[in-house]
Design a protein around this ligand. Structure first.
Ligand SMILES: Nc1ncnc2c1ncn2[C@@H]1O[C@H](COP(=O)(O)OP(=O)(O)OP(=O)(O)O)[C@@H](O)[C@H]1O
Ligand SMILES: [Mg+2]
Length: 531
């Protein structure tokens, strides 16, 4: 009759019994057991293990008993277990016979000395798991890559050192922006297109305590009005049927802990202005289709290329929101206001261009620099960069001369005359300037107004500079010219109101915005850019 466990008063015996039972179960469950002696020679294998004899290249049990284990089982670590006395609880063993999940324990005698080791084959169908394991590894890898890419996109590219310029105006911008970085307040960046608003916004974020959190940029003008609210505040699960059933986070949520950059804030529709004001005041908002408030900790940096005060005066922008945003305004100077920075900017931009195109940076002749400094640059630093990039790609020499610029910047000769360059005195140059003046070009005027601080004047220069005269223009060039003219006219007629201009032109506001990005000189027109 079986005795109950209480009958075993000797705890050593209980333990031994437990070990024996455990071993019996293990040998039942596992796919094979192998035992080696103190010198790691095979002394015993169980019945199941014997299935492996043939695939290991032997014909009978007798052949393997007494052999060093590594001669029987390639890649085994049983001899290590014997040498170190330490178990290897879980391992994958691969050899010519297959791939196995194994476990190895040292064998002790009564005194505790290692006298051999036991190896267990826990599972011999590892091969069948391979597709699953590699699929999981691939998915895991893709996830890591996607997370890295997202983090990279949300990290800012710029710091204050990227804002080039030592003019008084440039230094003032940097000093105000540095102060803004430590203050954690709302910041308003005002300035014409291409003056570096986004660059400064990124630099403020990078220098703030929020730097390790996301920087999320939204261009209010580029998003269709009907989608803006969802884009900003997100959509609650189940708010719509269909694609958005699971709900979607808005930009405020994505920027939590970090910075939200609201570009072209002047284009925000009134209903949304009210909601934004509320987030700025209460730090909470309601996602679309939800009746629960979401709380966020976000610093807002807003930017505008139109003068918000004028929009407020015209009743197109809420005064209370304007005051809320205007806590720390920073005005980005135009390039015309800081011609003394032109040389450093050119050097910096030429280095950037060289890096991007994997070539050596080109240099600019002094007379060219002087001529460039007299131009109005309606598209500011962005326009300067485009011009330099085009000149670099068309000119093979290492020095960019007046000739290098003639193809991309037809007004360079007139500019050289203004700059008083000696080369401008050469007869053929004078003739070119005279001809340009006679053709009624506005460019000379534009430059003069620009540098004397008068109202900015639209440059008549087509965006695709070097464009042939109308008679010789290709069809796409003529269409582009017509398009530019229509947009310029619409902006003029609507006092720079892009929404009204888009309606007048019969196109979506977002489309107009795209066009303005293609023709920066239009975005910088006096009407479109009162800042
Ligand atoms: N001070 C500067 N130093 C170096 N690069 C500059 C500077 N200002 C602008 N840039 C460069 O000019 C380009 C335009 O800058 P950015 O996009 O910041 O201008 P923006 O004011 O946001 O223009 P927009 O209103 O058209 O969006 C970028 O390539 C930027 O790196
Ligand atoms: Mg911008």
């Amino acid at each position: 009759m079986a005795r109950s466990l209480d009958a075993y008063h000797d705890s050593d015996r209980v333990l031994r019994l437990a070990a024996e039972t455990f071993f019996d179960h293990l040998s039942e469950m596992c796919e094979g057991i192998l035992v080696v002696d103190k010198s790691a020679r095979v002394v015993w294998v169980n019945d199941r293990w014997q299935r492996n004899i043939a695939s290991l290249g032997f014909s009978s049990l007798d052949e393997i008993i007494g052999l060093p284990v590594e001669e029987v089982v390639p890649n085994t670590l049983m001899h290590h277990v014997v040498e170190t006395g330490k178990p290897i609880l879980l391992d994958v063993l691969e050899n010519k016979a297959g791939t196995y999940l194994v476990s190895r324990f040292p064998l002790h005698d009564e005194s505790g000395a290692v006298i051999g080791a036991v190896g267990l084959i826990l599972y011999d169908q590892v091969e069948s798991l391979r597709p699953l394991v590699s699929k999981m590894a691939r998915v895991q890898n893709e996830l890591v890559q996607a997370q890295k890419e997202l983090a990279r996109q949300r990290r800012t590219r710029y710091t204050f050192s990227n804002f080039v310029g030592n003019s008084e105006r440039a230094l003032e911008v940097k000093s105000r922006a540095r102060r803004a970085a430590v203050l954690n307040t709302t910041v308003l960046l005002l300035g014409e297109t291409g003056t570096g608003k986004e660059l400064i916004a990124q630099a403020i974020h990078a220098a703030s305590t929020r730097a390790r959190h996301p920087f999320i940029a939204v261009n209010v003008a580029a998003i269709p009005e009907t989608l803006l609210e969802a884009e900003f505040f997100g959509v609650a699960p189940g708010a719509y049927t269909g694609a958005d059933r699971r709900g979607r986070d808005g930009k405020f949520k994505l920027a939590d802990g970090g910075t939200l950059f609201l570009d072209e804030i002047g284009d925000m529709p009134p209903a949304l202005q009210a909601k934004l004001l509320r987030v700025l005041q209460e730090r909470e908002f309601e996602p679309l289709g939800s009746n629960a408030m979401s709380r966020v900790d976000v610093r807002v940096i807003a930017a505008s290329s139109v003068d918000l005060a004028t929009l407020v005066a015209d009743g197109r922008f809420r005064a209370d929101l304007y005051y809320r945003l205007n806590v720390l305004p920073i005005r980005l100077p135009t390039l015309r206001e800081r011609p003394e920075d032109l040389e450093a900017l050119c050097e910096h931009l030429l280095e950037q261009i060289a890096l991007e195109h994997e070539m050596l940076p080109k240099e600019i002749d002094r007379d060219v620099l002087e001529a460039l400094a007299t131009l109005p640059w309606p598209g500011n630093v962005r326009e300067l960069r485009n011009v330099l990039e085009r000149a670099c790609s068309l000119w093979d020499g290492m020095r960019l001369t007046m000739d290098a610029f003639r193809a991309v910047l037809p007004e360079i000769d007139a500019a050289a005359v203004r700059a008083g360059s000696p080369r401008a005195e050469e007869p053929e140059v004078r003739a070119a300037v005279a001809q340009q003046a006679a053709s009624g070009s506005e460019e000379v005027d534009a430059g003069r107004h620009g540098t004397t601080g008068g109202p900015p004047v639209v440059s008549a220069r087509p965006s695709g500079t070097g464009e042939p005269a109308a008679g010789a223009a290709t069809l796409p060039e003529r269409i582009a010219a017509l398009e530019r003219e229509a947009i310029r006219e619409a902006l003029r007629a609507t006092g720079g109101n892009r929404l009204q201009a888009a309606r007048r032109l019969g196109i979506a506001r977002a489309t107009l915005y795209q066009k303005l990005a293609e023709y920066p000189e239009l975005a910088a027109s006096p009407a479109g850019n009162a800042a």
